[in-house]
Design a protein around this ligand. Sequence first.
Ligand SMILES: *Cc1c(COP(=O)(O)O)cnc(C)c1O
Length: 366
Amino acid sequence: MLEKNLKILDDVSRRSSAKIILALKGFAMWSTFDLVSKYLHGCTASGLWEARLAREEFCRFNEEAEVHTYSPAFKEEDIEQIARISDHIVFNSSGQLKRFYDKVKEINPKIHISLRVNPEVSSSPVDLYNPCAAYSRLGVTKENFDSALLEKLDGLNFHALCEQDADALEAVLAGFEEKFGAYIPKLKYVNFGGGHHITRKGYDVEKLIKIIQEFKERYNDIEVYLEPGEAVGWEVGYLEASVLDIVHNGMDIAILDTSAEAHMPDTLAMPYKAKVRGAAEPGEKPYTYRLGGNTCLAGDIMGDYSFDAPLEVGDRIVFEDQIHYTFVKNTTFNGIKLPSLAIKRKDGNIETIKEFGYEDYRDRLS
Ligand SMILES: *Cc1c(COP(=O)(O)O)cnc(C)c1O
């Protein structure tokens, strides 16, 4: 399933001539990077540790892979190492660019320099995930863009989408060009960020390819990057849990050996309701349950679902599409065990690649 997504991204890349890099923020299962690195051009990192992961675990399979590192604000103590292991560095403000430009160039003269700009156009569904919401700290607005810095720049980055289709990109790109178009002929590349829901069924891949091709035609075949995270891990795997107990309080409630808060954070933050294999909306099937997590947080609830048969202790519950933005974000809140990570191979074999223990909980505390 992962390879299926990678092939879609590879097809987009080949036909549009855009380079596609993996946003580690959304999917960092490095045990799959032997496969991912066959299809994608590198990684985008949000700071030193992700950049190291990209350099050490991705680039070893693909010498040509690129490491792009962006951070809302780089730290003095990290910048040397970041400059050494990155091919591209993306600053979030003119202040940071001015502060670190000479140092970064001195350490790595070949490094490409970019600035993230804010196109001030976005139709992101919720403000938590909207980098162009009012007072956003992410990217330089046109008003604050210092064109004197242009001679230092190889590229410009924007990132304004979240789980969106190609028409949303079209609108953002129009805003970007209206505000920053005059500078593009001076650049080597433009990075269109992430949030492109390319691997979702119904995503208009042809339109995306056309948008990129036409952009490249307008600007003398300039290099274009896309950096999706979610689209790489989209619908490639599930979280499997067990029913630990069934309690009753006005309705039937199943307590599971997992947690929405600790293991499926976006179900509470986004928020959205995960699909459960074989289950339907409450009341549609004969047996309705509220599914809850095994922490003491009252709101640790996955939602209400109905089933064909009564749930029993020990039954398995499968939450679909729990790969992107889950284990990159999960926590040991309340001392509950982190889910094991496993890969289901093409031959059907399930290989457990990571199990977590008490020490993982202990060692991140003090
Ligand atoms: C989060 C992020 C991405 C990846 O976004 P997805 O929604 O996972 O595709 C890419 N670029 C930047 C700058 C980001 O912050």
